[in-house]
Design a binder for this molecule. Structure first.
Ligand code: UD1
Ligand code: BG6
Length: 371
């Protein structure tokens, strides 16, 4: 049921304030008599000790689920102190990469049925790793075959392009980081700030969704383009990859997410007056580096669209020569949950304006159950 919406993708983008609330329901505890701020993930509580003892955490997934894990990686590394590595499921299998008994493998899959992720799970189980599932589908193969896990509870997602599952996956992995971080005194303040940040997310999501018309206007400008580059770094490298994935999979426009730190090692050669470039430059520890990336792109006459924190337009867009999208500020590690929304809206509007099928892009399937 699409309700008042024309497409499932549109409905699922707009219901993110509610889906995130459901994802967090009963799992975040704040206040009460002891005023403690904690996280309770029922599915993990008996396994946290084992996870904390592991030598490495390995995220495994495909497509959007992989990107969500990439977005959560920095906060997991920070709060757990455990090395976190990333594996695209098919690539892990192609390489038969090393997985050990001392590893915790975290299998991320909206559907819980993706063949590559499922095969990677079998492989990790054979190699003796503790296997943790993060999935949206109760009773799915991945939920059944993992040792333990967390359901993201985002509600059924119908649009082939994943939107609300992405933001709920990031939130669950941030809660996973908090749970593994446990009660370490050294990071207590940070953990409490992240918990407060999680509580604030649904209202910030509502605010960022107000950019709908602005993103439609931007889509009109980009309608006939061949290509769109998306630059991000740090917490928002994943946002760049996921934004570009949305644009290519539904709007059928070439798009590439680029790690801004790699700009001079190739991508800079593409910059001219015609190619549109989207730069994510919201406030965090990488902000000044992104300002310098913008200056360098500007010096080469790049056609820039810059996403920045509310109030920062003048600091990111020297001389007023670029288009600016201002978004509300969240706790740095949760900013990807906010920043992906304008890109989801852009991909959606570009698709409708270009006359393509939004909910079932050509050649793609919601769940790829064959290799
Ligand atoms: C569970 C109930 C929820 C109830 C809550 C009350 C289910 C599915 N969930 O939620 O309805 O309101 O208790 O306390 O009945 N699991 C895996 N792999 C996965 C995902 C989950 O093994 O990929 C396992 C978990 O380890 C856990 C079970 O499935 O044993 C349910 O997980 P989850 O729904 O996340 O647990 P709760 O949030 O505690
Ligand atoms: C497919 C979908 O390729 O599978 C993507 O079209 C999705 O949207 C990917 O991200 C992985 O799916 P899942 O269910 O394992 O998260």
């Amino acid at each position: 049921n699409k309700g008042k919406y024309e497409h499932y993708m549109q409905k699922e983008i707009h219901e993110q304030p509610e889906s995130l609330t459901t994802t967090m329901r009963g799992r975040l505890i704040r206040g009460g008599s002891c005023k403690a701020k904690t996280v309770l993930l029922g599915g993990l509580k008996d396994h946290l000790k084992t996870i904390r003892r592991s030598r490495r955490i390995v995220f495994i997934g495909c497509g959007t689920s992989y990107n969500a894990a990439l977005a959560a990686r920095p906060i997991l590394e920070e709060l757990s102190g455990i090395p976190v590595t990333m594996e695209i499921a098919s690539d892990l299998l192609d390489r038969q990469g090393p997985i050990y008994r001392e590893d915790t493998a975290v299998l991320v899959s909206q559907s819980g049925e993706t063949a590559d992720t499922l095969n990677a799970l079998e492989y990790a189980l054979e190699n003796g790793a503790l296997c943790v599932g993060i999935t949206n589908t109760v009773g799915s193969a991945i939920a059944r075959k993992t040792h333990c896990g967390v359901h993201i509870n985002a509600g059924a997602e119908i649009g082939v392009a994943s939107t609300k599952a992405y933001t709920s996956q990031i939130v669950v992995m941030a809660m996973l980081a908090l749970a593994i971080g446990g009660d370490l005194i050294s990071s207590q303040e940070r953990r409490e700030a992240v918990i407060d940040g999680l509580f604030d997310l649904p209202s910030k999501l509502k605010e960022v969704l107000k950019l709908d018309q602005e993103m439609k206007d931007l889509a009109k400008l980009l309608i006939a383009e061949q290509s769109l580059l998306v630059f991000g770094r740090g917490y928002n490298y994943a946002t760049a990859l996921e934004g570009a994935l949305k644009v290519k999979e539904v709007a059928l426009m070439h798009s590439e997410g680029i790690l801004a730190g790699e700009m001079k090692h190739g991508p800079l050669a593409l910059v001219d007056e015609t190619l549109p470039i989207f730069v994510i430059a919201t406030r965090d520890a990488c902000f000044s580096k992104q300002q310098s990336v913008i200056q360098q792109l500007h010096a080469r006459k790049g056609r820039l669209i810059v996403m920045c924190t509310k109030g920062d337009a003048a600091s990111v867009c020297v001389g007023g020569s670029c288009r600016v999208i201002e978004v509300p500020q969240a706790e740095d590690c949760l900013q990807p949950v906010i920043n992906i929304v304008p890109l989801q809206l852009l991909a959606y509007h570009l698709t409708v304006l270009r006359g393509h099928n939004v909910d079932q892009p050509r050649n793609l399937a919601k769940s790829v159950t064959t290799q």
